[in-house]
Each structure stands twice: as structure tokens, then as C-alpha cells.
Design a binder for this molecule. Structure first.
Ligand SMILES: Nc1ncnc2c1ncn2[C@@H]1O[C@H](COP(=O)(O)OP(=O)(O)OP(=O)(O)O)[C@@H](O)[C@H]1O
Ligand SMILES: [Mg+2]
Length: 301
């Protein structure tokens, strides 16, 4: 049965400045900051959490349905998603906006200056969760603020169990608002840092958070894999050795694609995240969030 993926679609432009920011930005001249970085190396990736999660879920053989907005420059992205065989009836084009995009300059010290233009993503809250009974599971991934809020409430009203995955959207919400998401969710998935912020803002520990109606709280731990908290008990699921550590961008999304694949099939949570760890490790060996090759045989699927 299909999984509804609520989140962003974006373009990520990554440029490399072959020098050090520290040598270009003069600390005593900050009042007249006037720098231009020459960036001879550049790549552009299809990104956004919804696109990345759907890529992995589809690659595994699942049936993602993306609910997101794109701008007037998003037709290539739409065609790409259709090519995967993924339903796009809930992807809405916002004609007067660009697609959300991140522009990142990286220097030789691995410092980054990112700029993020939300564009069409700001209007994702206007798309309603469809009333259809074929959706087994859903995810609320980082998106426009209204979108995350509205979609979580609508999924709950529709009785569709969902994973609350606040990611970089977490700081937009205060404690009571985060609690309102948790109250409606069936699972919570965060990384280590987000888990700490979620606990700080809601006054929970991971243990108390999981001792609730939630079917599980998943905390990803980079190379260490993840912890799964079920009714106050922690289950550690060790990471999988990556063949190469090339680009961590989108590991969390690849992990979530696999998580949803397992949830769609009714697997126990620990089995879902074991597959999540394998997909996270596979992803880190390739650049971008949607370029890893998912080999069913190698994964034993
Ligand atoms: N160096 C690594 N080696 C092996 N697996 C990794 C590595 N880094 C991440 N993973 C896998 O990817 C999953 C998600 O990674 P992580 O906990 O870093 O999420 P994140 O911080 O949300 O990442 P993202 O940059 O995508 O937001 C981990 O649980 C693990 O399974
Ligand atoms: Mg993340």
C-alpha cells in the first residue's frame, strides 16, 4: 500500500571555493563586507526531503506518493519523479515562485556558507491531505511551517499513522506545538541533536517520550547506527560500515525511505531500522541524496 511523503522538493547547488573564507573576510572590515567568491567547481542536485525519501523508497520497491510544491522551474524535477514510476498527482506547481533551493559555498576548510530560498515550499500548507483509503502510512518531513502543521493534523483526522520527522524544521516550533505533533504521530524519527532539542523543548526524556501512545522513537546516530525506544526501552541497532564516506547529505532521508518501506509492509520496527542503517551507509558512499544505486540482490530483498 502506498506511503504518503509530505515534505520539500528542492534544488541544491553546491559550489567549491578553492581557498579559505578566513583569508577573504577581513574581521576589521565587517562593516563593509564586500566579497565575491570565485567558485569554478559547481554541481546541482535534486534534493528536498520528500524527493530524497521517495527516491529510496521507490528504489526499494515501495510505493511513495509525494505531496509537495515546486515552482515554475520545477518541470525537470517533476519529469524525473515520474520516470521513477512515482505518483505526482499531489505535487502542486506554484507558478509565481521558484522551487525551493539551497545555494552552498564550501571552502577548503569545509566551512560552508549556505543560503536557502524557500520559494514554492512556503505554499505547501495549502495542499490538503487527500481523503483516500489506500494510504498505509505517511511521514511529515521538513517542509514549510504551515504545511507541517496542517498536514500532521489532517493525517491524524484521516486516521493515517505517520512518522513525525521534524529535522531542520524543528526550531520553528515551541514545546506545546511539538507536543501537539507528537500527540498525533505514531512514530518520531530524529537525529541525535534533534532528539536533544525535542526533549529540551517538550520537557521529556527519550525514555518518557516513548512511554506513550507512540509505537517507537527512532534516534539516528550517524556511523553508530540508531537507537529505537519502544515503551521506555532502548534497543541499539549498530551502524553498517560504509564502503566510502563521500557525502553525508541525505543519509537521514535514505534511512527514512527504508523505514517507510518496512512500515508499509508491517515489519517490526527493529527490522525496519536495520534496513535504514544499510541504506544510510549505502547513501554516504555517493554524492547527493538521489544518486545511490539500490541493488535488491545485494540487500537481500
Ligand atoms: N558514516 C556513516 N557510516 C555508516 N552509516 C552512516 C554514516 N553516517 C550516517 N549513516 C547512516 O545514516 C543514518 C542517518 O544518519 P545521521 O544520524 O547522520 O542523520 P542526519 O544527521 O539526519 O543526516 P542528514 O545529513 O541526512 O540530515 C544513520 O542512522 C546511519 O544508518
Ligand atoms: Mg537529518
Amino acid at each position: 500500500m502506498p506511503a504518503l511523503i509530505c515534505g520539500s522538493l528542492s534544488f541544491d547547488t553546491i559550489t567549491i571555493f578553492p581557498g579559505r573564507f578566513a583569508q577573504q573576510i577581513l574581521p576589521d572590515q565587517l562593516h563593509i563586507l564586500n566579497v565575491a567568491f570565485l567558485v569554478p567547481e559547481m554541481r546541482r542536485e535534486f534534493g528536498g526531503c520528500a524527493g530524497n525519501i521517495a527516491y529510496t523508497l521507490r528504489g526499494l520497491g515501495g510505493a511513495p506518493v509525494i505531496m509537495a510544491t515546486i515552482g515554475n522551474d520545477g518541470q525537470d524535477y517533476l519529469a524525473r519523479i515520474r520516470q521513477w514510476g512515482v505518483e505526482t498527482s499531489l505535487v502542486t506547481t506554484v507558478a509565481h515562485q521558484y522551487t525551493a533551493q539551497a545555494m552552498i559555498i564550501t571552502d577548503t576548510d569545509n566551512n560552508q556558507i549556505p543560503a536557502f530560498h524557500p520559494g514554492a515550499m512556503q505554499e505547501a500548507g495549502a495542499i490538503p491531505v487527500p481523503r483516500r483509503d489506500d494510504l498505509a502510512v505517511a511521514i511529515i518531513a521538513p517542509d514549510g511551517r504551515d504545511a507541517m502543521w496542517n498536514h500532521a493534523h489532517q493525517l491524524h483526522e484521516a486516521g493515517i499513522p505517520f512518522v513525525f520527522d521534524p529535522g531542520q524544521g524543528l526550531p520553528m516550533f515551541d514545546g506545546p506545538q511539538l507536543q501537539a505533533f507528537i500527540d498525533r504521530a505514531s512514530w518520531v524519527a530524529v537525529n541525535d541533536y534533534e532528539g536533544r532539542m525535542l526533549c529540551d523543548r517538550t520537557g521529556h526524556s527519550l525514555e518518557s517520550l516513548s512511554r506513550s501512545h507512540l509505537r517507537g522513537v527512532i534516534v539516528t546516530l550517524g556511523a553508530q547506527g540508531c537507537d529505537v525506544w519502544i515503551q521506555g526501552e532502548r534497543h541499539h541497532v549498530p551502524g553498517v560500515a560504509a564502503t566510502e564516506v563521500l557525502d553525508p547529505t541525505g543519509c537521514g532521508d535514505a534511512f527514512r525511505g527504508a523505514l517507510l518501506y518496512g512500515l508499509e509492509r508491517g515489519w517490526p520496527l527493529v527490522q525496519c531500522v536495520e534496513l535504514g542503517n544499510r541504506l544510510g551507509a549505502l547513501k554516504i558512499a555517493s554524492r547527493g541524496g538521489q544518486n545511490h544505486i539500490i541493488d535488491h540482490q545485494a540487500l537481500g530483498l
